[in-house]
Design a protein around this ligand. Structure first.
Ligand SMILES: [Zn+2]
Length: 174
């Protein structure tokens, strides 16, 4: 069951506020890597979007065999193309699970087109071609930039995003 999201969400929002406060302090001896690690840990330990939707219209499995990550992505999209609910289930390393949770937090309430733009921006960050402005647009997902640059972990970080892209581009209903 998909429950407790609101209660969990407040904690995450608090984290986001702290995160942005610290981002603004960048260059003033703040350890950004430490903040990034904490964001990833928080989403891995207390995911706000983990669980099954009651009535998903899209379900898609994403697998990263090199690490053993497995994500079952579930979306509800209304007639206007707005993602009204988003969740995932599965298992895997902290990076894969946290990245999926952060992504779902960001796309809920957005249109399919907006979500696809976010996927593109995230991929640019992973490939090291994103501008500072683009990275800022990624909000908490920016926490994955260090780990995403490690070849062995990039597939973990992008698993949820690739899976989302497939769902939205192929548009095959569950
Ligand atoms: Zn992994």
């Amino acid at each position: 069951m998909h429950s407790g999201r609101c209660e969990d969400g407040s904690d995450i929002k608090n984290k986001v506020t702290i995160f942005y406060g610290l981002l603004r302090e960048r260059g003033k001896n703040m350890d950004l890597k430490q903040i990034y690690r904490e964001i990833v840990n928080e989403h891995n330990l207390h995911p706000g979007h983990k669980g099954d939707l009651i009535r998903p219209c899209y379900i898609r499995e994403g697998v990263n065999p090199t690490c053993g990550d497995d994500i079952n992505l579930q979306l509800a999209i209304d007639d206007d193309g707005v993602i009204t609910e988003a969740s995932f289930n599965g298992s895997g390393c902290a990076v894969s699970q946290a990245s999926a949770d952060i992504m779902l937090e960001m796309i809920e309430g957005k249109t399919k087109e907006e979500a696809l733009e976010l996927v593109d921006t995230f991929m640019e960050m992973v490939h090291g071609t994103a501008t500072e402005e683009q990275i800022e647009e990624l909000e908490e997902a920016a926490a994955l930039q260090d780990v995403a640059h490690m070849p062995a972990r990039a597939k973990c970080a992008t698993l949820g995003w690739h899976t989302l892209e497939k769902v939205l581009r192929e548009d095959v209903k569950a």
